[in-house]
Design a protein around this ligand. Structure first.
Ligand code: GLY
Ligand code: MN
Ligand code: MN
Length: 486
C-alpha cells in the first residue's frame, strides 16, 4: 500500500516533468507525417491483408547495461514511437469489433513510475494517442487478447524473425512475449521458412508472407518526402561541416580517436543525437579496411587519413567521406591516387540522374576511370585485370538506415544515394611498394532531382587543391590543450 502511494506520487511527478519539459527541438517529423506514411502503406497493400511491424529488440551490452536503443526503421517511419516492446498492425480494410471500427492497432509499453525514474519517460497509451495521433492504442499486455482472427486474411505480412530476441525481462508484454504470442496466433511454426530445410517434405498452405512487406516498405522509403529531405539535408550539411572543421584542425600528431572526437563534437554542437554508423577514421594502411572502426592509431604522421562519418539527425543519417593528408599536403603518389578517385566520383555524380542505374551507370562510369588510371600508373597490368583495389559498390540509398531500404530499380526524383568510389592499396600488394598503404575514398550524398544531381554534402571540399587550401586555416580546436597525465 505504502509502495503504491510512493509510486503514485512518483508517477505524478514524472508525468508533470514530462509536460513541463521545454526547449526541445521543434523540427521532429510530425504525427501527420507518420500517419500519411501509414496511409500510403495501406493503399499499397493487397486486398484483405494485414501488416505487422515489431519494434526493435533491446540489446544487452554488459551485465545490467544495454546498448542505446535504436528503433526499427520501419516502425519509426510508420509511428514516430521510439520505445521498445511494441507492435503495430495495419489492415488493408476497416476491421469491425463490436461498435468499434479500426484499420490500425498499436500495442505499446505501459507507463511504470519506477522504470521511468531509472530509464526515462514513456509515452504510454495516452501519450501515444495524444502525441502520435493513434486512435486504437493498447498496452502490450493486451496483445494476447487482440480482437483479430489472423486466419481470415489472404495475407499476413511481416518481416521474418531472426529468432535472436532474448527473454530477459520475463514479463508477458516484452518483445519476446509479443513475438511468441503472435507466432501462436498465426501458426508461424508451420511456414516453410520456419521449418529446417531437411524437414520440408510437404508444401504447407499458409497465408503468411514474409517477403512482400519489405518490398512495399522499400517502395515508400526509397523516395524521400519533403519533410524527410529537410532532415537529411541537415544531417549531410552537419557532417560536411565536421569534415571542414577537421581539415582545419588536422595535425600529424593527432590520433585517429581524436579526429573522430572532433567530428562528433561538431555533430553535438548542432544537436545531433547519434552517429548513423560507427565512425571510421583510418590513417594510411588502416584506411584499407573498409569498415575500420578501431580508430586506435596514436598519430597520423605523414599518412592520409580516411574519415567516413555520418551525423544522424532525428533518425536520418548522412554518410560522408573525405581523405586528407595529415600534414596538409598530398605527396606525389597520394595525389595521383586521390585525383583518380576524384575523377571517378565526378563521373558518378554526373550520372546520378532520373533513370540511371546505380551499378550499370554510376558504378560503371567511375570504375572505368579507376581501372584505366590504375593501368596508366602501372598498378595493374591491363584495364580488364581482376583486382581488389576497388572492392565495393559505388552507391547505396541513405535515410533512416545508412544503407537504406530500396528496391534497387532505376533512380527516381527524390531518391538520395551516396556516390563513393575508392582505391585501397594495402601493404604487401602486388605493385610497386611506393603505393602501399594508400587508401582513398570520397563519398557524398546526392539527391536526384528533375534538374540533375544535388550534392547535400558538397560544402566540404573534395578537390585536392581545395582541401590543401582549407587545411592552411586554423581551427579554434588547435588551442585546446589539456593537462598531461601520467
Ligand atoms: N559508411 C559506410 C558506407 O560508406 O557505406
Ligand atoms: Mn556509404
Ligand atoms: Mn561511408
Amino acid at each position: 500500500m505504502k509502495n503504491n502511494i510512493i509510486f503514485s506520487v512518483l508517477f505524478c511527478l514524472i508525468a508533470n516533468l514530462g509536460f513541463s519539459q521545454t526547449d526541445l527541438p521543434t523540427d521532429y517529423l510530425s504525427s501527420d507525417f507518420h500517419k500519411d506514411r501509414r496511409e500510403s502503406l495501406r493503399k499499397s497493400m493487397p486486398e484483405n491483408s494485414v501488416a505487422i511491424i515489431f519494434a526493435n529488440p533491446v540489446r544487452n551490452r554488459a551485465n545490467d547495461v544495454d546498448y542505446i536503443y535504436h528503433q526499427d526503421p520501419n516502425f519509426q517511419y510508420l509511428t514516430g514511437y521510439k520505445e521498445p516492446n511494441s507492435v503495430l498492425l495495419i489492415f488493408s480494410e476497416d476491421q469491425v469489433n463490436g461498435d468499434n471500427n479500426f484499420n490500425e492497432l498499436i500495442y505499446v509499453q505501459k507507463r511504470d513510475a519506477s522504470k521511468e525514474m531509472w530509464y526515462g519517460r514513456r509515452l504510454g497509451v495516452d501519450g501515444v494517442s495524444q502525441k502520435l495521433g493513434f486512435s486504437d492504442v493498447y498496452n502490450g499486455e493486451d496483445f494476447k487478447n487482440i480482437p483479430v482472427d489472423f486466419s481470415k486474411f489472404d495475407k499476413v505480412m511481416f518481416k521474418n524473425f531472426r529468432n535472436d530476441v532474448r527473454d530477459s525481462k520475463r514479463n508477458d508484454a516484452d518483445l519476446y512475449s509479443l513475438i511468441e504470442q503472435f507466432k501462436t496466433k498465426v501458426s508461424y511454426e508451420s511456414i516453410p521458412s520456419a521449418i529446417p530445410a531437411d524437414e520440408k517434405i510437404v508444401e504447407v498452405e499458409t497465408n503468411i508472407d514474409v517477403k512482400t512487406l519489405t518490398t512495399l516498405m522499400a517502395s515508400l522509403r526509397e523516395i524521400k518526402t519533403k519533410d524527410e529531405l529537410v532532415l537529411l539535408k541537415k544531417a549531410c550539411e552537419i557532417s560536411a561541416v565536421g569534415q571542414i572543421e577537421m581539415m582545419k584542425a588536422m595535425t600529424p600528431a593527432m590520433s585517429e580517436a581524436e579526429i573522430q572526437g572532433i567530428h562528433e563534437f561538431v555533430y553535438k554542437k548542432y544537436g545531433v543525437e547519434y552517429e548513423g554508423y560507427p565512425s571510421i577514421v583510418g590513417a594510411g594502411n588502416n584506411g584499407c579496411v573498409l569498415h575500420y572502426i578501431d580508430n586506435s592509431k596514436m598519430s597520423a604522421g605523414k599518412e592520409m587519413v580516411l574519415m567516413d562519418l555520418g551525423a544522424e539527425y532525428h533518425g536520418y543519417t548522412a554518410d560522408v567521406t573525405r581523405t586528407i593528408p595529415a600534414n596538409g599536403k598530398f605527396n606525389t603518389e597520394q595525389r595521383a591516387i586521390y585525383d583518380l578517385v576524384y575523377a571517378a566520383q565526378e563521373a558518378g555524380i554526373a550520372k546520378t540522374v532520373i533513370g540511371s542505374h546505380m551499378r550499370k551507370d554510376i558504378d560503371k562510369a567511375g570504375r572505368d576511370i579507376i581501372n584505366q588510371g590504375l593501368f596508366d600508373l602501372g598498378i595493374i597490368e591491363s584495364v580488364d585485370q581482376k583486382h581488389l583495389y576497388f572492392p565495393h559498390g559505388t552507391s547505396h540509398h541513405i535515410g533512416l538506415d545508412v544503407h537504406d531500404l530500396s528496391n534497387r530499380g532505376l533512380l527516381q526524383e527524390n531518391m538520395i544515394i551516396t556516390v563513393e568510389p575508392g582505391i585501397y592499396i594495402p601493404e604487401g600488394s602486388d605493385c610497386d611498394e611506393k603505393w602501399w598503404g594508400i587508401a582513398v575514398r570520397i563519398e557524398d550524398c546526392i539527391l536526384v532531382t528533375k534538374d540533375g544531381p544535388v550534392n547535400f554534402s558538397g560544402m566540404a571540399p573534395r578537390k585536392a587543391s581545395e582541401i590543401e587550401e582549407v587545411m592552411k586555416e586554423q581551427s579554434i580546436l588547435n588551442a585546446f590543450s589539456l593537462p598531461v597525465l601520467d
